[in-house]
Ligand binder design. Structure first.
Ligand SMILES: *Cc1c(COP(=O)(O)O)cnc(C)c1O
Length: 390
């Protein structure tokens, strides 16, 4: 029997990393010690006090029952307190905060709440693939906003034709940015708010990397900008901040109408995040934050080793102030895929070709700082052997 998949799945882009995965397995099968800078998944364990909090919470039978749809009151109160401490933004926990089963879940579901078939969603490119996938699954159409080096990887809102903007219902933005490592300041967010007000567009800002920053830099919240709460929401995740990718815990905050729409979709699809995980999440957000500073120190050290190494072989990577990604132009005369293949086949180093995140990512590769410093040094040594010291 052939069970044909629905058109909405056929419209999703092919899995661009498939060929690279296959090649990685092939190189590994030859006995090569592969260094994987491809995946953005922290290699460090969840801090012990958070693991301990989960262990305690699991023993409490009250956590074994269905959670509430929009999240535990204690967790949402805690998020509101964290927001005020961290960004000086006040939130009403019952209407302006929702717990998510990881932020990816909320990002994928939000178009279902507001997008009708044929509606336009403004989506950055290159980008985290879920903005486009969520749009497609809701029957919407992505209008891609290219992120280019000459504009510091911020979308040019003035370049969006008014006819497109008028049909647009939603916009995704993401700073600190995956895959470019770029950051945004108030001036850009203010432009986004004005644009969104003019065209009545819902803004969804993905702030998954707000805590993963270096050199003392502190990324701001979109909601710190005047009027932002009138037009949008912000997604956060405990995944990267506390090395909790496997735990599936995130949250969205901001405009009550938008949060309410997301809540309605979720109440029909899932039954909330495990209360024990939310209890551990409270301990993460409210407990000692030295683990966050330690995480920042480790990635900053890795970043510096990789940047110096890439420069020593004649490459000119962008130096990220935040995120654990290094975005690097490929050498003249090669392509994203060509260069990624060379690194894999000739040096056993896995990177992600930039065009995998969208066409404007052509000409770049992304390297994730998710392996120990010694392994990054080893990767640099292999590149020096391959390309020579420049
Ligand atoms: C990792 C990542 C997320 C998803 O995080 P989860 O909370 O684990 O679902 C969201 N956005 C971006 C840009 C990411 O890189």
């Amino acid at each position: 029997m052939v069970f044909e998949r629905a058109n909405r799945l056929k419209e999703l882009p092919p899995y661009l990393f498939q060929e690279l995965d296959r090649l990685k397995a092939e190189v590994q099968a030859k006995g090569v010690d592969v260094i994987d800078l491809g995946v953005g998944d922290p290699d460090l364990p969840t801090p012990p006090h958070i693991v301990e909090a989960l262990r305690e919470a699991v023993k409490d039978p009250s956590t074994h029952r269905y959670p509430s749809y929009s999240g535990m009151n204690d967790f949402r109160d805690c998020v509101a307190r964290w927001y005020e401490r961290r960004f000086g933004v006040k939130l009403e926990p019952s209407r302006e905060v929702i717990t998510l089963i990881g932020s990816k879940e909320g990002i994928a579901h939000i178009p279902l709440a507001f997008i009708n078939p044929g509606d336009i969603v403004l989506v950055p490119s290159p980008a985290y693939p879920v903005y486009h996938a969520g749009t497609v699954l809701a029957g919407g159409k992505s209008y891609f906003m290219p992120l280019t080096a000459d504009r510091n990887f911020l979308p040019d809102l003035d370049a969006i034709p008014p006819s497109v903007a008028q049909q647009a219902k939603m916009m995704f933005i993401n700073y600190p940015n995956n895959p470019t490592g770029a950051t945004a300041e108030a001036e850009f967010f203010e432009k986004v708010v004005a644009f969104a007000k003019k065209y009545e567009i819902i803004v969804c800002h993905d702030a998954a990397y707000s805590e993963m920053s270096f050199d003392g830099y502190r990324p701001m919240s979109f909601l710190e900008v005047k009027g932002a709460k009138d037009v949008g929401i912000e997604f956060h995740s405990l995944s990267k901040t506390y090395n909790m990718t496997g735990w599936r815990l995130g949250f969205a905050v901001g405009n009550a109408e938008v949060i309410g729409g997301l809540g309605q979709v979720k109440s029909n699809i899932d039954s909330g995040a495990f209360n024990a995980v939310q209890k551990a999440g409270i301990v993460a957000l409210e407990g000692d934050q030295s683990c966050v500073r330690e995480m920042q120190r480790i990635y900053q050290e890795r970043r510096d080793v990789l940047i110096e190494g890439l420069r020593s072989v004649g490459l000119s990577p962008f130096v990220p102030k935040a995120t654990f990604y290094v975005w690097c132009p490929v050498p003249e005369g090669t392509t994203s895929t060509g260069f990624a293949m060379t690194l894999l086949k000739e040096a056993g180093i896995v990177t992600t070709p930039g065009n995998g995140f969208g066409e404007p990512g052509e000409g770049y590769i992304r390297m994730a700082l998710t392996v120990p410093k010694e392994r990054i040094k080893e990767a640099v040594e292999r590149m020096k052997k391959l390309f020579g010291n420049r």
